[in-house]
Design a protein around this ligand. Structure first.
Ligand code: GDP
Length: 139
């Protein structure tokens, strides 16, 4: 089932560098509607829960420390074909491999501090969105 929704976080490196506005502008100009949005701070424990699927990966501990190192912006976005179109807009995980004009190519610092998160499936978009937002917070 496709919900036409995806979930994103603007990660600590991009928020700290002052790229929030530029990234949100790119997201809206690409046709995504912001359904819900908040600025918040993850504890290492909550970052660990969010990335539990990566618990066995060698970079998991570093990733949890990085994701709790500063404020993030969490948002639910809506558009036709949202998950796939958003993955295209953000580009490859490693900014060195990301296409020109993508958010990660423009704003990411490294494979870890890669500026933005984008859900990889409709199912995960729903799970990740509900990690941060209740139905009453969504418009
Ligand atoms: P994504 O779907 O493009 O975000 O990539 P993944 O789901 O594979 O990885 C989740 C997040 O873990 C990435 O966005 C990066 O922040 C981080 N990450 C992925 N691969 C590596 C890696 O090889 N080293 C480090 N340090 N971090 C990584």
């Amino acid at each position: 089932m496709t919900t036409n929704r995806t979930f994103t976080m603007i990660k600590p490196d991009a928020v700290a560098a002052g790229h929030t506005g530029a990234i949100l502008k790119m997201i809206e100009e690409a046709g995504f509607r912001i359904v819900a949005m908040k600025k918040t701070l993850l504890t290492p424990e909550r970052a660990g829960q969010f990335y539990a699927v990566h618990a066995e990966r060698p970079f998991y501990k570093d990733l949890c420390a990085y994701m709790s190192s500063g404020a993030i912006i969490a948002a639910i976005l809506e558009k036709d074909n949202a998950v796939a179109d958003f993955r295209k807009l953000i580009g490859a995980t490693d900014p060195a491999k990301a296409e020109e004009g993508t958010i990660r190519k423009l704003y990411a610092k490294s494979i870890e501090a890669n500026a933005v998160h984008g859900s990889d499936s409709d199912e995960n978009a729903a799970i990740e969105g509900s990690f941060y937002f209740s139905h009453t917070e969504q418009f």
